[in-house]
Design a protein around this ligand. Structure first.
Ligand SMILES: NC(=O)c1ccc[n+]([C@@H]2O[C@H](COP(=O)([O-])OP(=O)(O)OC[C@H]3O[C@@H](n4cnc5c(N)ncnc54)[C@H](OP(=O)(O)O)[C@@H]3O)[C@@H](O)[C@H]2O)c1
Length: 297
């Protein structure tokens, strides 16, 4: 088997656990984009037996995203858009003037997918790491103050304009949950327009306490997230670990676990109905048209 799989956000958390799991597969080459040379070095040390390349990519900069794809040449058998950020108490804008979680979690992955399309194998598998936080009914997410995705006009999402949020912390929770809703919509959109054999899915890894996702929170929250929550979460239903959630994800990307095209699947294998906008196809067309504008902008 000679396959190539590209994973964004493989330097920590779920992405690293996934890369570690895949690195034991014979004949598999991993393309693991990183933000800088230091991250590349750390990743190579963590994956001593992998066949891998670590090209530079900063998803918070559209110029970096646009110049990334032309550096690649190998056909891709699978791509996992896994990198993600969650802001804390201040709304953060990227160098392009966009709200950070919209830019990194949705828009840059969209622009990247468009650029990678010519490199995808005819039967390629493409996934997005979404999150239960996009669903306003998700009980675990509610406990952390998430209210679900807000399917606002793309222009408002891009600017982080959540009029109902009372403060920056809630704007950031809304922006994160919304970006994860857009991940679900993206998988469903590309699946719906697929005429060939490519497969698209979105993945809910469950709550995985202790990952780097809380890095923008204060010291105390980080300590609780890293050292207390991994113990407490073992007692909560619907929670996981990076290693646990990487198991099914690896099988999906290797083509060993088939899914209906466009599926939203949880780490347990359950396919829960995702939370969608009232008029999904109209909304998603607008979102895609808006996002496509950034391919060359
Ligand atoms: N942890 C959870 O409970 C949970 C639950 C549901 C969904 N998720 C989703 O799971 C995915 C992985 O998150 P995680 O929990 O494993 O968090 P993590 O440990 O913080 O991993 C995030 C990854 O994204 C990368 N990344 C962030 N910003 C980037 C940028 N501008 N350019 C390139 N790479 C960037 C990070 O790279 P650096 O090392 O360079 O920062 C890191 O490799 C995310 O999409 C997250 O939304 C997590």
């Amino acid at each position: 088997m000679h396959k190539t799989i590209l994973i964004t956000g493989a330097t920590s958390g779920l992405g690293l656990a996934l890369a570690q799991r895949l690195s034991t597969q014979p004949g598999l080459h991993l393309v693991l984009p990183v933000r800088n040379a230091q991250r590349a070095e750390q990743l190579r040390a963590a994956l001593p037996h992998a066949s891998l390349s670590t090209p530079l990519l900063d998803l918070a900069r559209l110029d970096s995203v646009r110049s990334f794809a032309p550096q690649l040449s190998a056909p891709l058998d699978a791509v996992m858009f896994n990198a993600g950020v969650q802001s804390a108490d201040a709304v953060i804008r990227t160098a392009d003037g966009l709200e950070q979680s919209f830019a990194v979690n949705h828009l840059s992955h969209h622009v990247l997918l468009r650029a990678l399309e010519p490199l995808l194998q005819p039967d390629a598998i493409v996934g997005w790491t979404a999150s239960g936080t996009h669903d306003p009914k998700d009980r675990v997410a509610k406990n952390f103050g998430f209210l679900g995705a807000h399917y606002l006009a793309p222009e408002a999402l891009a600017q982080g304009q959540y009029a109902s949020a009372p403060n920056a912390a809630q704007i950031n929770r809304d922006a994160y949950a919304s970006s994860k809703g857009l991940n679900v919509l993206s998988a469903r959109h590309f699946a719906a327009r697929e005429l060939g054999q490519r497969r698209y899915f979105s993945y809910d890894p469950g709550l995985m306490a202790g990952t780097g996702l809380a890095r923008e929170q204060g010291v105390l929250v980080n300590l609780v997230w890293k050292y207390v929550m991994p113990v407490v979460s073992k007692m909560l239903k619907g929670t996981s670990t990076p290693q646990g959630s990487a198991q099914l994800l690896a099988r999906i990307l290797l083509g060993q676990h088939a899914l209906p095209n466009g599926a939203y699947v949880e780490f347990s294998g359950t396919q829960n109905p995702p939370y969608l906008p009232a008029q999904e196809s109209i909304y998603t067309e607008q979102l895609m048209a808006f996002s496509d504008r950034y391919i060359f902008a």
